[in-house]
Design a protein around this ligand. Structure first.
Ligand SMILES: [Zn+2]
Length: 860
C-alpha cells in the first residue's frame, strides 16, 4: 500500500465539528476541544487526521455500536498528521470522535495568532485571531484539513470579560462563567476547514446594517469606529449586487468584516467572518485619495464574492486556488464598476493586467494552473498570474462571449455545485453549455500553458492578415510552435468605439453588429475587414499584444482620439513592451508618448510612465537632466491644464490624473518649482488636516521623500506614529525607503526589525532595494541580515520583499545578486525569485542596448 503524504485516507470522514476554544490571551495559549461527528466507511482501528504544533491530550470515540473506545495518539510532525489508534476496530457507521488539545497563540500571522496594538491609554492590547488558508487550521484544532472534506461547524468561544468574540455564525447563546462568557455561534453551512475563523479581543462592532435580511457589521479596535462607514456602504452594495448576479442568496446568516492591526494578506474570506488588514477596510471617505478608497471597495467586494465562489462552491484540491482567486478578482472589478461607474474600474484594471503581462513575458513564467502535489506547491499560486492574469483571461472570455452568456454559465455552475467541490473544467463545461462555444478548448490554451502571444497585423487586399507568436522579452527558439486559441475582436477604428453594437454580439462591422469576432487557432489567418484603420484588440480585453505594420500603425494613430481608453492603454503599453524587448526602436515609444498632449486618462498615463520610470533609471547620469526636461515638456502642459486646485464637480478620474502627473513631474521630471510648491502644501496639510486634496497629498508625500532629507524624514516618522487613519500611516511608511540617502535608508531598514509591523516590512524593504541612490547598499544590508529578515517577514511575503531587485542593473549587481540567491534559496518564493532575476536581466540588457539611442536623444 502506498501512502500519499498529502492526502488523508478516506476511510473515516467528518460531517460535523463542535469546537470549544478557550484562549488565554495573557499566557498566549489555548485549549481546543473538538467533538467530531464522522462516518466510518469500513471498520478501522486507526483514524488519521491533520494536527500540527498541538499537544493532543486525549481522544475517545463512540462508534455505531455504542461502544466507547479510548485511543492512543501519535503525532507525525513532518506529515502534519495525528494517528489515533484504538484497541480494536471501530464499527462502520456513524461515530463521534472527541479530541482535546492545547496549543500556543503565536506571532506568526497564521494558525491561531496574536495581533497587538497600543490603546488610547498607552497599554499594549492583544487580539487572538485565525488565518487558516491554505493548511493552518490544523494548528488550531485537529481536523481533516483538505478542502474536499466539507463539514458543518458549531463553534463555542470562551471570551474573557470585557472582550469581544466573533466567528463564522451569529451568536446564539451566551453563558457567563468565572472571568468570562462561553459564547456559542450558529452552525455553519457545510464548508472547508480553511474557512473557519474565530477572533477574541478588545474589538468594537458597528450596529448591524440590514441588507435584505443579512446583518452586516464592521469590527475594529476602539477609536476607529468613525472609519467604518465606507466599508458598510460598499459591503451592502456588494451583497446585493452579487446575490443578483449569481441569482443565489448570500449563503451565511450574517456578515462581519473585521479589521486587524496585524495581517499577512490583504484579507481572508472566512465564511461570514472576513478578516482584513486595516488599510483594506477602514478609511475616512472624506479624506482618502481615490486610489485608497478604491482599494477598500476592491478588497471588500473581492472577499464577499468569495462567499459564493470559493465558500459555497470550493475547489477539490489546491490546484484550483487560481480559479478561486481569478474569479474573485473578476467579480471584484465587476462589482466595483457597478458601485461607482464613474471610477471606470475596468479601465484601471488594465494597469493591473499590465503587471501580469510583464511577468508572463518571462521564460520563468508559469501556467496559471499546474499540478499541485503538496499544499506548499499551492503557496506559489498566490501571485500576479493567479489574480491578475486569471482575472484578465476571464474578462477576455466574458467580452468574447458577451456578458449575458458568460453570466448564464456562471449561474449554472454555482447552482449545480453548491455546497460541493469542483475542478476547473466544471466551470468551462457550464459556460460551454450556456454559450454553445468551445470554451474548454479556448481556455485550456490560456490556463495550462504559460505566456501569451503577440499578434502581428498587416493590411492587405483581402483584409487584415494576423499571425501569432509567443511574446517574450528574451526571445527563445523553442517558442516557434507554441499557439493559443486567441479570441479576437476587430473593428474599423473610424466607426467609433461602439461600432454600433456591443462587443461579443457578433456580426460584421458596418452592419450594426459591433466588432468582428474571430477565433485565431492557427499560426496565421486573414480577417476580411474593409481597408482603413483597424483596432485588432477591439475593446482591449484580449490577453495579447498587437504589433501593427507601420502602415496600420500610422492609420491608427490618426484615429487616436476615437479609441477607447483601454485600447489607448494597449497601444502605449504594447509599444513600450516591444521597446523593452528590443523588438522596436526606442524612438517609437518616445514619439508615441509625444502624442499624449490630449490624453486625460490616468491609466493610459500609467502605461507611459511605466516606460519613463525605466528610462529614468537606465539613462546614463550625464543625460538624466535632459531626460527630466523631456518629462517636463511631456507632462507639464497637461498638468497645467488640470491645475493644482480641484475644479468644482470634476470627476474622480481627473483627481487621480492630477496626482499621477504631479508625482511624475516632481520626481522623474525633477521640476524644482513643483517640488517647492509641494513642500509648501505639505506644511499646509500638516497645519490643517484635510486642507489639501487627498489625491494631491499622496503625490506630495512621494515628491517630498524623493527630494527630501533629514527634516522631512523626521516629519514622516511623526506622521507614521500619530496617523489619524491607516491610509495616512502607510502613505508615509511606504515612502520612507525612497529618500535618496543611505543613512536614512539604513535607519528605515533597521526599523523593519523593530517599529515597523512585519506585515509591512516586505513593502519597505522592496522599496529600499529599488532606491535610486542607495539600492546597492540596501542589498548589502539585506544579505548581512538575511536570516533574521527571512525569519521575521511572513513567508508569503518573501517574494514581494525582493521585488526591488529588478532595479539593481549595475554590472556588479547583475553578477552578485543571482549568485547570492543561488546559494541562499528562498523556499517560499522560488518561482518569484527566478522571475525577478530575469526582469533584472531584461532591464540590464535594455540599458546596454539602448545606451547609444539614449545618448542620441538626450545627449548634450
Ligand atoms: Zn481572494
Amino acid at each position: 500500500m502506498t501512502v500519499d503524504p498529502y492526502r488523508l485516507p478516506r476511510t473515516v470522514t467528518p460531517r460535523h465539528y463542535e469546537l470549544a476554544i478557550a484562549p488565554d490571551l495573557d499566557a498566549c495559549t489555548f485549549e481546543a476541544t473538538a467533538v467530531i461527528n464522522v462516518t466510518v466507511h469500513e471498520p478501522v482501528a486507526e483514524v488519521v487526521l491533520n494536527a500540527l504544533d498541538l499537544d493532543l491530550r486525549a481522544a475517545v470515540i463512540r462508534d455505531s455500536s455504542g461502544a466507547e473506545l479510548h485511543a492512543t495518539v501519535t503525532l507525525d510532525e513532518e506529515l502534519e498528521r495525528a494517528a489515533i489508534t484504538f484497541p480494536r476496530p471501530v464499527s462502520a457507521g456513524e461515530a463521534t470522535l472527541t479530541i482535546a488539545a492545547t496549543g500556543t497563540i503565536t506571532d506568526k500571522l497564521h494558525g491561531f495568532y496574536r495581533s497587538t496594538f497600543v490603546d488610547a491609554d498607552g497599554e499594549e492590547r492583544v487580539i487572538a485571531t485565525t488565518q487558516f488558508e491554505s493548511t493552518d487550521a490544523r494548528r488550531a484544532f485537529p481536523c481533516w484539513d483538505e478542502p474536499e472534506f466539507k463539514a458543518t461547524f458549531a463553534i463555542r468561544l470562551l471570551v474573557p470579560d470585557g472582550l469581544t468574540g466573533l466567528s463564522n455564525g451569529a451568536v446564539i447563546d451566551e453563558r457567563p462563567v468565572e472571568g468570562g462568557t462561553w459564547v456559542t455561534f450558529d452552525t455553519t453551512m457545510p464548508m472547508s476547514t480553511y474557512l473557519v475563523a474565530f477572533v477574541v479581543g478588545p474589538l468594537v462592532t458597528t450596529d448591524a446594517v440590514d441588507v435584505d435580511g443579512v446583518p452586516l457589521r464592521v469590527a475594529c479596535v476602539p477609536g476607529r469606529e468613525h472609519l467604518t462607514r465606507f466599508a458598510l456602504t460598499i459591503g451592502a452594495h456588494a451583497l446585493r449586487f452579487l446575490a443578483g448576479y449569481f441569482d443565489i442568496p448570500y449563503p451565511a446568516g450574517k456578515l462581519d468584516l473585521i479589521a486587524l492591526p496585524d495581517f499577512a494578506f490583504g484579507a481572508m474570506e472566512n465564511l461570514g467572518c472576513v478578516t482584513f488588514r486595516e488599510t483594506a477596510l477602514l478609511v475616512d471617505e472624506d479624506h482618502a485619495s481615490r486610489v485608497e478608497l478604491e482599494r477598500v471597495a476592491d478588497v471588500v467586494s473581492h472577499e464577499i464574492a468569495h462567499m459564493w465562489f470559493g465558500d459555497l462552491v470550493t475547489m477539490k484540491w489546491w490546484n484550483g486556488i487560481w480559479l478561486n482567486e481569478a474569479f474573485a478578482t473578476f467579480m471584484e472589478v465587476t462589482t466595483v464598476d457597478s458601485f461607482r461607474p464613474e471610477w471606470d474600474r475596468w479601465v484601471s484594471f488594465s494597469t493591473e493586467r499590465g503587471v501580469a503581462m510583464v511577468t508572463d513575458a518571462l521564460a520563468a513564467t508559469r501556467p496559471v494552473e499546474y499540478e499541485v502535489v503538496g499544499p506548499d506547491d499551492a503557496e506559489g499560486m498566490f501571485d500576479v498570474l493567479t489574480y491578475q492574469k486569471g482575472g484578465a483571461v476571464l474578462r477576455m472570455l466574458e467580452t468574447y462571449l458577451g456578458a449575458e452568456r458568460f453570466r448564464a454559465g456562471i449561474r449554472r455552475y454555482l447552482d449545480r455545485h453548491r455546497y460541493g467541490n469542483t475542478e476547473t473544467t466544471d466551470l468551462w463545461d457550464a459556460i460551454e453549455e450556456a454559450s454553445g462555444e468551445p470554451v474548454r478548448s479556448i481556455m485550456d490554451s490560456w490556463i495550462f500553458q504559460g505566456g501569451y502571444p503577440v499578434l502581428t497585423a498587416e493590411g492587405g487586399d483581402g483584409g487584415v492578415a494576423l499571425s501569432q507568436h509567443r511574446f517574450r522579452y528574451l526571445p527563445d527558439e523553442g517558442d516557434r510552435d507554441v499557439r493559443w486559441q486567441v479570441p479576437v475582436l476587430l473593428r474599423p477604428a473610424g466607426t467609433g468605439p461602439d461600432g454600433g453594437g456591443r462587443p461579443g454580439e457578433g456580426g460584421r462591422p458596418g452592419e450594426g453588429g459591433g466588432p468582428l469576432r474571430t477565433l485565431l487557432t492557427a499560426a496565421t489567418a486573414t480577417v476580411p475587414v474593409p481597408p482603413g484603420p483597424v483596432v485588432v484588440n477591439a475593446g482591449g480585453w484580449g490577453f495579447f499584444r498587437t504589433r501593427y505594420s507601420s502602415g496600420l500603425f500610422a492609420q491608427l494613430i490618426a484615429e487616436y482620439d476615437r479609441l477607447l481608453a483601454v485600447e489607448r492603454y494597449n497601444l502605449v503599453s504594447d509599444t513600450w513592451a516591444m521597446v523593452l524587448a528590443g523588438q522596436a526602436p526606442l524612438a517609437e515609444f518616445l514619439d508615441l508618448a509625444g502624442l499624449l498632449g490630449t490624453e486625460l486618462d490616468p491609466s493610459v498615463w500609467d502605461a507611459a510612465l511605466d516606460g519613463v520610470s525605466v528610462l529614468y533609471r537606465e539613462v546614463p547620469d550625464a543625460q538624466r537632466p535632459a531626460l527630466s526636461g523631456w518629462v517636463r515638456d511631456l507632462i507639464g502642459p497637461v498638468f497645467a491644464g488640470l491645475g493644482w486646485e480641484p475644479a468644482p464637480g470634476e470627476s474622480d478620474r481627473t483627481a487621480k490624473l492630477r496626482g499621477t502627473l504631479l508625482g511624475a513631474l516632481g520626481t522623474w521630471g525633477d521640476d524644482r518649482s513643483v517640488q517647492a510648491r509641494a513642500r509648501g502644501l505639505h506644511e499646509v496639510a500638516l497645519a490643517q488636516p484635510g486642507a489639501v486634496a487627498p489625491d494631491l497629498l499622496t503625490a506630495i508625500v512621494t515628491i517630498l521623500a524623493w527630494s527630501g532629507g533629514e527634516a522631512e524624514y523626521a516629519q514622516f516618522w511623526d506622521r507614521i506614529r500619530n496617523a489619524s487613519t491607516p491610509q495616512e500611516e502607510v502613505r508615509y511608511l511606504f515612502r520612507l525607503a525612497t529618500f535618496p540617502n543611505w543613512a536614512l535608508l539604513r535607519r528605515t531598514l533597521e526599523a523593519t526589525g523593530t517599529e515597523i509591523r512585519t506585515q509591512n516590512g516586505s513593502f519597505v524593504i522592496a522599496a529600499g532595494l529599488a532606491n535610486r541612490a542607495a539600492g546597492r547598499q540596501a542589498w548589502s544590508w539585506l544579505i548581512e541580515h538575511w536570516d533574521d529578515t527571512l525569519r521575521r517577514i511572513p513567508a508569503n511575503s518573501h517574494g514581494r520583499m525582493l521585488e526591488g531587485l529588478v532595479r539593481l542593473t549595475d554590472p556588479g549587481s547583475v553578477r552578485e545578486v543571482p549568485a547570492f540567491l543561488e546559494s541562499h534559496p528562498v523556499p517560499n518564493a522560488r518561482k518569484q525569485v527566478a522571475q525577478l532575476l530575469e526582469r533584472q536581466r531584461v532591464n540590464a540588457a535594455f540599458a546596454e542596448r539602448e545606451r547609444g539611442a539614449l545618448a542620441a536623444r538626450f545627449g548634450g
